[in-house]
Every structure is written in structure tokens, then in C-alpha cells.
Design a protein around this ligand. Structure first.
Ligand code: NAD
Length: 240
């Protein structure tokens, strides 16, 4: 059985790294971008496609629409970690999983108990004033309406998430690349591997076993030593 294969691979390694994306959180009720019922397939009532709204230039030019979309579509205040998040946190506690690298911005890995998490695209939980850099938590964004304004200086408070047209934090990316390079087993899951440069991380891997767990096909399927097309929560729960 495929989950037994994964079980064997995990049992035989003390240096596992996980690299995931939005598919890790769909079982927590947070839609991904590219699945059938993902955010990109839903027609927005805003008159712009989601990838346009979630861009640097859109935040600059139409901040009112940006924040309306952002609050309604990107924040799931009551979402809880699912079986995938908990299984990965368990593996870390057992000392076998070294790092979770995520493209997600929802903070659910940390909520499940993972401590070594590299967030390539930032987090909805961190926000800062574009003018004076004062920092704010998620509650501030939720409690304010319209364009959130800094209580100190009136500047726009924006989320520390990487928007289209913005660069990744190169320090975080370099640490992620080094982590992948050193991994014995790399589990990639819940990501379409279509968002560059994050998807390029897989290219740094030269370890023993590349495990790919995703509901749909990805450009890296042929490179996987173990390919599982299934639910990441079920697969990881069964294997850990
Ligand atoms: P994506 O939407 O491009 O791909 C998600 C992939 O996960 C799909 O291939 C889908 O088949 C698969 N998937 C969905 N549910 C699954 C499940 N239960 N088990 C296994 N596979 C499943 O997402 P991406 O590759 O992460 O890239 C898109 C960007 O979306 C990222 O930059 C991320 O920042 C952002 N995003 C994040 C969240 C979040 O934080 N939860 C939500 C939506 C989008």
C-alpha cells in the first residue's frame, strides 16, 4: 500500500523536509488558488481577476478594492489546522522532520505545533505601516474597515505577504534552498508547483527520496521517487 511505502521512507530518515502550498490547508476549509473550486476559478464581483487584485500595483492604485478582496477572500480567521499540519508537527517533535517550508500565509503550521517554519510568501498574521513601519497583528486588519490606517501616523497598514510583482524575502528563500539541499527526504505536497520562484526550490534537492503528494498532476511528477495523487491529510496521517 502506498501509505506503507511512505511510512517506510519516513521511518528510515532522520532528516526530512516538507515543502507545501495551498493544498495543505484546503482540508481546513481554506480554498487554494488553482483547484476546480479554487479562488482563481471563482468569478469575482470586483471586475478584476484575483491575480490582478493581489498585486503590488493594485494595492498602490486601488487599495480600497484590494483590502475588501483581501479581507473577504484571503483571511480565514477561524480556520484550524488539519491532519496534515498535525502529522508534520508530530514528525518534528519526533526529531525527524527538520523544517516546514510553506507558500501558505495562514499560520496553520505554527498553530499545529510546528516550530521550524519558513514562510516563503509571508503571513496574514503580520502587518506593517507603509509610512512608519509600526507593526500590527491580524486583529487590527479585521477590526478596521476599508483601508486600514496606522494609529500613529495614518499611513496605510499592509499585510506582510508577497504580492504579485513583489520579490520574495531573499534571506528566507536562501535558507529554504539550503534546507532543501541538505534534506535526506523531501516531501512536497499540496502545491501545483506553478508559482515561481518558490517552485524552483525542488531543483535544489539532491537527497535520497523525493515524495510528491498532490491531488492533481504537477510539472515535477516524473521526478518523484514516490508519487501519491491523494488527500494530503489522509496520506500523512496514515504514514506518520
Ligand atoms: P495552488 O492553488 O496553485 O495549488 C494547490 C494544489 O494543491 C493543487 O495542485 C491541488 O490539486 C492540490 N490540492 C488541493 N487540496 C489538496 C489536498 N487536500 N491534498 C492534496 N493536494 C491538494 O497553490 P500553491 O501551489 O500553493 O500556489 C499558490 C499560491 O497560493 C501560494 O503562493 C500561496 O501563497 C497562495 N495561497 C495560500 C493560501 C493559504 O495560505 N492557505 C490559500 C490560497 C492561496
Amino acid at each position: 500500500m502506498r501509505s506503507e511505502n511512505l511510512k517506510d521512507i519516513l521511518a528510515g530518515s532522520g532528516s526530512i523536509v516538507f515543502f507545501g502550498g495551498a493544498g495543505v490547508s484546503t482540508e481546513s476549509g481554506i480554498p487554494d488558488f488553482r483547484s476546480e473550486d479554487g479562488i482563481y476559478r471563482t468569478r469575482t464581483r470586483y471586475g478584476y481577476p484575483p491575480e490582478t487584485i493581489l498585486s503590488h500595483s493594485f494595492l498602490e492604485n486601488k487599495p480600497d478594492v484590494f483590502f475588501d478582496f483581501y479581507r473577504n477572500t484571503m483571511i480565514y480567521r477561524y480556520a484550524k489546522p488539519n491532519a496534515a499540519h498535525f502529522a508534520l508537527a508530530d514528525l518534528e517533535r519526533q526529531g525527524r522532520l527538520k523544517t516546514v517550508i510553506t507558500q501558505n500565509i495562514d499560520g496553520l503550521h505554527q498553530m499545529a505545533g510546528s516550530t521550524n517554519v519558513l514562510e516563503l510568501h509571508g503571513s496574514v498574521h503580520r502587518n506593517h505601516c507603509l509610512n512608519c513601519s509600526r507593526t500590527y497583528g491580524l486583529d487590527f486588519i479585521l477590526q478596521t474597515g476599508g483601508i486600514p490606517r496606522c494609529e500613529s501616523c495614518g499611513g496605510i497598514v499592509r499585510p506582510d505577504v508577497v504580492l504579485y510583482g513583489e520579490q520574495l524575502d531573499m534571506d528566507v528563500f536562501a535558507r529554504a534552498a539550503e534546507t532543501v539541499q541538505k534534506a535526506d527526504v523531501l516531501i512536497v505536497g499540496g502545491t501545483s508547483l506553478s508559482v515561481y520562484p518558490a517552485s524552483g526550490l525542488v531543483g535544489y534537492y539532491s537527497g535520497r527520496k523525493l515524495v510528491l503528494i498532490n491531488k492533481s498532476a504537477t510539472p515535477y511528477d516524473e521526478e518523484a521517487d514516490l508519487l501519491i495523487h491523494g488527500s494530503i491529510g489522509e496520506v500523512l496521517k496514515a504514514a506518520v
